[in-house]
Design a protein around this ligand. Structure first.
Ligand code: A2R
Ligand code: GDD
Length: 311
């Protein structure tokens, strides 16, 4: 089987490559932006900007993949408030470029399109949310992912493209950039321990609750969806439990022997922040997916990663 990963130089990409290699069933082509680096063996690496239709068409003509994993995105909610146009360009134009390119060059490919739990937005969060709940996006990133989903639905219905969609909840693990909450807190604690940050941790909205899953469990779900996901269907990828960010912070701080003061940083607050969201994972579980990593294990490994990080 030939797999093409778009946006492979990001956080999830590296883990997805490992997961595909582990299965032994895939010839992998991984794409990155021209200024990014991606050092992997046993995979072909190409430069593809998803905002450039000709580049996507070219790689599809060359590779003729059986499955495409569309990871390429502006993935930060915070940045989407700061750079709305860029976020729309990459996440919406990028998606429509991909669907157009597949339609014209290689319509038999299966496409796994990564959406977000942020799409749910302002909903009743008292119970785990099912895929059938009508999303109500509350930020620009979320709206771009919701738009990607609607575009996919149209390309499935109108042209029969074989698209499977995710609504992925928060994924965490070693190597994540410290722009996301767990990596952010772990990176700060590691800097405090190294003496390069005063013993004060800067935090944003501690009242929010999120559903966290280890990135290795997430990529396992993506491969499962490539193999068993039903055309046109959306699958939640999450753990089913939401945890308050304050609890995450307390746990990370408890792993250090330093006395750390918590300081609210107003610049880390968002104009609107969804209060709570947790996944109903019945649909994904029915395909055989189970979570292997506990939240505590993932957090410990992430902290250890930043402790070893020489930067
Ligand atoms: O923004 P950069 O320079 O870090 O590059 C990101 C890349 N990317 C693009 N690739 C191709 N064409 C573009 N026009 C373009 N713009 C950005 O996609 C990065 O290397 C990759 C996305 O990786 P991350 O930002 O690390 O996201 P992550 O955590 O791997 O998430 C994968 C998917 C995304 O669709 C997220 O929105 C979703 O899971 O949560
Ligand atoms: N980053 C960050 N830094 N977030 C903080 C902080 C902080 O110091 N303090 C509190 N938070 C809160 C945010 O306000 C938000 O409620 C929650 O922590 C999670 O924020 P992020 O880790 O930045 O992730 P996100 O939920 O905005 O987006 C991530 O998850 C989505 C799925 O839900 C990204 O990986 C997206 O690409 C993904 O779609």
């Amino acid at each position: 089987m030939k797999a093409l990963i778009l946006g492979a130089a990001g956080f999830v990409g590296g883990y997805l490559i490992e997961e595909l290699k582990k299965s032994g069933k895939y010839d992998i082509t991984a794409t990155k932006l021209s200024f990014e680096t991606l050092n992997i063996c046993d995979a072909v690496v190409k430069d593809v900007d998803i905002c450039d239709l000709a580049q996507i068409k070219q790689v599809l003509r060359e590779i003729k993949p059986d499955v495409i994993f569309h990871l390429a995105a502006q993935s930060s909610v915070k940045k989407s408030w700061e750079k709305p146009q860029l976020t729309v360009e990459i996440n919406v134009l990028g998606a429509v470029n991909l669907f157009e390119a597949v339609r014209s060059e290689h319509p038999t490919a299966k496409i796994v399109v990564i959406g977000s739990s942020e799409e749910y937005g302002d909903i009743d969060y008292s119970a785990p949310v099912k895929e059938t709940v009508m999303p109500n996006p509350k930020n620009i990133y979320a709206l771009t992912k919701r738009t990607q989903e609607e575009l996919a639905r149209i390309y499935c219905q109108a042209y029969g493209l074989d698209i499977v969609l995710t609504r992925s909840f928060n994924h965490i693990g070693p190597k994540q950039l410290p722009q996301f909450v767990v990596a952010d807190f772990c990176s700060q604690v590691a800097k405090i321990e190294k003496g390069i940050q005063i013993p004060e941790i800067k935090v944003g909205n501690l009242a929010a609750k999120r559903d966290f899953t280890d990135v290795r469990d997430v990529v396992n779900a993506y491969v499962l969806l490539a193999e068993k996901g039903v055309k046109g269907e959306i699958y939640n990828v999450g753990s089913g439990v939401s945890v308050e960010i304050a609890e995450i912070l307390n746990y990370i701080v408890s792993l250090s022997d330093r006395k750390i003061v918590v300081k609210i940083d107003e610049s880390k607050m968002r104009p609107i922040d969804v209060l709570d969201v947790k996944a109903d994972i019945e649909k994904l579980s029915a395909l055989g997916w189970t979570r292997k990593y506990s939240l505590q294990q993932t957090i410990k490994e992430t902290l250890d990663y930043f402790r070893k990080d020489t930067l």
